[in-house]
Write a protein that binds this ligand. Structure first.
Ligand SMILES: [Zn+2]
Ligand SMILES: [Zn+2]
Length: 441
């Protein structure tokens, strides 16, 4: 008796649809959905009321029929009451527990699937927002009628929408990192669909000089265009991130990209050897199942021999942080062409190699980057310098050091801001002519 009695009590005060009535007893009677459960409870009450009528207890019978007809929208009760000439309130029925949201589920799902039509995905997750007044009304009813077996409306919506979407799309639900996140806002009637970012790790070689790693806006005009930048708005016309990000954006039909390099080289330095590690974030991609070798091929073919990417891998977002932290400490190797004032001898280069074996260099922020970087002292290790003469006053040095060291200043001394320096050890002015990164660990 418990269930029908409580159900009737609830309906005598509130309008409740089949699903919402069933949901009040959701945890009882597994494997029957809330809609059928609610309908069965109303049917059972209806049958009892009809028994009352048969036994001549017309007053009670009619009273119950009126409740389930008006507040339960139970159609069979309507027709009996009409035959008994008992009038009922025929106003439009709106369930007080769900506000009619339950009936809108199919429409929301239909519109969501329409929005997902052009997006490639294997997994999804759905979140819903419902009016707060429905949640508080639900809480009030649950505690007032002591309903320990009830399920929350939001939970039912999530569950039903998820199940139906699996059925209709053949895709899977995944909560941790779904390919697409669907948000249904039942308050404003808005559906939002967002494809999760894809992260690709790789190493890039920069084969020509005068290419900046990131897009570099003209400092003079702030991108508006001026005589200094030839009305391009850019300080450097090409960037590594565009050479890599541009083709990737197209391949993934994405909204934008974000480029994260493991440190950066000077604009006039090349990057050779294994290349510099990077992660590119592909934001809101419509495609996602693309082979890594195809990505490398498209980027490399379209870069005009300026850049080459290799060692690609799909990775998680957390790698970006690792990349940034490690870039400051990992070993880097440079090949530097250096010019000195006057001649340079084998003996001097031997002294240079000796002086720079496993030492710590103290470096104040170089004058040339002071405008962009805070003035502070960095202490970085140089592991080795291996130098050989090219001509009377030019030599080449392979420098292996910790990441984050400014190499040009190690050579020049930067007016004493970097100590020791090649200028200091050689006792004559040394200057960097060309710089290549030949290895990043
Ligand atoms: Zn309802
Ligand atoms: Zn400009």
């Amino acid at each position: 008796m418990y269930i029908t009695e409580v159900a009737l009590k609830v309906m005598s005060e509130h309008k409740v649809c089949d699903s919402c009535l069933g949901r009040l007893f959701s945890m009882l009677g597994r494997n029957i959905d809330n809609h059928n459960k609610g309908k069965a409870i109303k049917t059972s009450i209806y049958i009892s009321a009809c028994r009352n009528l048969f036994k001549g207890n017309c007053k009670d019978g009619a009273k119950i029929l009126k409740i389930i007809a008006e507040n339960g929208d139970f159609k069979p009760a309507h027709s009996i009451l009409r035959k008994l000439n008992i009038s009922i309130n025929e106003k439009e029925f709106i369930c007080e527990l769900c506000g009619g949201l339950i009936d809108k589920i199919d429409e929301y799902i239909h519109n969501t699937i329409e929005k997902l039509k052009n997006i490639e995905y294997n997994t999804f997750a759905v979140g819903v927002t419902i009016p707060p007044e429905l949640m508080s009304r639900e809480d009030t009813i649950r505690s007032k009628f002591k309903l320990p077996y009830a399920e929350a409306l939001k939970r039912e919506l999530n569950r039903r929408i998820g199940l139906k979407m699996i059925l209709l799309t053949g895709k899977h639900v995944e909560f941790k990192a779904p390919d697409v996140l669907v948000h249904m806002d039942f308050i404003r009637g808005v559906i939002n669909v967002k494809a999760r970012s894809i992260f690709i790790f790789g190493r890039y070689l920069k084969l020509k000089r005068e290419i900046s790693q990131n897009i570099w806006i003209c400092n003079n005009c702030n991108g508006l265009g001026c005589t200094q930048c030839n009305w391009t708005g850019r300080k450097y016309q090409i960037s590594i991130e565009e050479l890599i990000g541009g083709p990737i954006l197209k391949m993934f039909d994405a909204k934008k990209w974000k480029f994260h390099g493991a440190g950066r080289e000077d604009v006039d330095a090349r990057v050779l050897g294994r290349g510099r590690p990077f992660v590119i974030e592909v934001i809101e991609p419509k495609r996602r199942n693309i082979k890594l070798e195809d990505i490398a091929k498209v980027v490399n073919d379209s870069s005009g021999e300026l850049v080459k990417i290799q060692d690609l891998a799909y990775v998680s977002k957390s790698l970006i942080k690792d990349l940034k932290i490690k870039a400051k400490i990992t070993k880097k190797t440079y090949n530097v062409k250096i010019k000195v004032d006057g001649d340079v001898s084998e003996e001097e280069l031997r002294r240079l190699a000796e002086a720079f074996r496993n030492i710590i260099v103290e470096q104040r922020t170089p004058i040339r980057v002071l405008r962009r970087r805070a003035d502070k002292i960095r202490r970085k290790k140089i592991y080795s310098v291996d130098a050989k003469i090219i001509s009377n006053n030019v030599f080449e040095a392979i420098i292996t050091c910790q990441g984050g060291l400014y190499i040009k200043e190690v050579v020049s001394g930067d007016n004493g801001r970097t100590k020791p320096s090649f200028t200091e050890i050689l006792g004559k002015k040394a200057m960097c002519l060309e710089l290549d990164v030949i290895d990043v660990e």
